[in-house]
Design a protein around this ligand. Structure first.
Ligand code: IMP
Ligand code: MG
Length: 184
């Protein structure tokens, strides 16, 4: 097992430390709590990537929120496939509620466009987005992002929920991933 740690270290390079992540999540939580006071806030976590962010963010929001989950998938390897699959939207009841989507990263924005449309059809009182990471070079999307954790460059990143072929989600920090680096 110790060897795996060494191998993974060759392919990943820390971009945002665990400490910086946690500090920013606390700031976002306080900001969201102030904005949604007296409202019926639903945190809608997009799985799988939003799992750690939503878990930490929800605990940083000092309000009686509710949590919902939708699963979305659009990536294969390090590229967006252009095709978005959604699960668990059908049973979701958000009519008349203030919904805040919690997403790991906005890259092309394609995933969000699909999800946004599907959620709007359910008649929420309001719909907003909180993205931990935002790839600021790519701006071709029609929705606004109310809360952004960190704007980053165009690298492929892993950790804190983000994966490369389902691995590295459980890193406690965000790292740039180098798929070409040797495994052994
Ligand atoms: P978009 O549809 O291109 O905005 O991509 C959004 C989804 O692709 C995110 O929810 C992630 O699951 C995945 N994704 C985008 N960029 C990265 C990355 O750098 N690392 C890991 N996953 C990513
Ligand atoms: Mg993913």
């Amino acid at each position: 097992m110790a060897e795996i740690g060494a191998i993974e270290a060759e392919r990943t390079e820390v971009l945002i430390s665990e400490r910086d992540l946690q500090a920013r999540v606390r700031e976002l939580g306080a900001e969201i709590a102030a904005d949604y006071r007296e409202r019926d806030l639903v945190l809608l976590c997009l799985l799988k990537g939003g799992i750690y962010f939503a878990a930490d963010l929800s605990r940083a929001i000092d309000l009686p929120i509710t949590l919902e989950f939708v699963r979305a998938r659009s990536y294969a390897g390090t590229e967006s496939t252009g095709e978005v699959q959604l699960w668990w939207i059908d049973g979701l009841d958000i009519a008349g509620k203030d919904v805040l989507i919690v997403e790991d990263i906005v890259d092309t924005g394609l995933t969000l466009v699909e999800i946004w449309r599907a959620l709007e059809r359910k008649g929420p009182a309001s719909l907003e987005l909180c993205a931990l990471l935002y790839k600021e070079k790519r701006l071709a999307h029609p929705f606004s992002i109310r809360y952004i954790g960190f704007a980053i460059g165009d690298a492929f990143v892993v950790g804190y929920g983000l994966d490369y072929e389902e691995r590295y989600r459980n890193l406690p920090h965000i790292a740039v991933f180098h798929p070409g680096a040797p495994r052994e």
